[in-house]
Design a protein around this ligand. Sequence first.
Ligand code: CMX
Length: 135
Amino acid sequence: MKNLPLDHIGVAVRNIEEATRKYQELLGAEILHDEIVPSQKVKVRFLKHNNTKTELLEATEESSAVAKFLEKRGEGLHHIAFAVENIHQELSRMKNAGYQVLQEEPVPGAMDKLVFFIHPKSVGGILVEICQPRS
Ligand code: CMX
């Protein structure tokens, strides 16, 4: 089995601009990419610091998973994302291994990737995203 590389860390924030200022001041992060992801009801900003990426997530609708997270838990670590080469195969493998996969099929995510998520209750309290570039 492959040793999956970290793709990014997702952080739920109430205000992307305010969070960006802190990450820039504290870590010297650079803005890499801004996007609205309708399927996830979020506005995201990817920050790059050296060879790591942080995805800041702001909810665009009250029904967004991120809005619910902020209401219940406040700002903080939302998910950790790992990159794969065959996302359909990984979804089946993880589901068959008994992990609570939250999508039947991979869905479109930010930065033109296909993604699926594994419930935090399956992974010691951390929401895990699995992603793969579409092209
Ligand atoms: N990390 C850790 N724990 C989390 C969590 C998270 N991100 N989100 C919810 N939880 C916890 C809740 O605090 C709650 O814990 P307790 O039972 O101890 O109180 C429990 O999980 C709730 O679970 P639930 O009732 O099954 O589910 P929710 O309605 O709260 O939704 C989840 C949680 C993970 C199923 C939902 O957020 C989801 O489907 N997420 C995947 C999609 C997503 O997050 N999209 C936004 C990001 C998109 C992007 O990166 O582009």
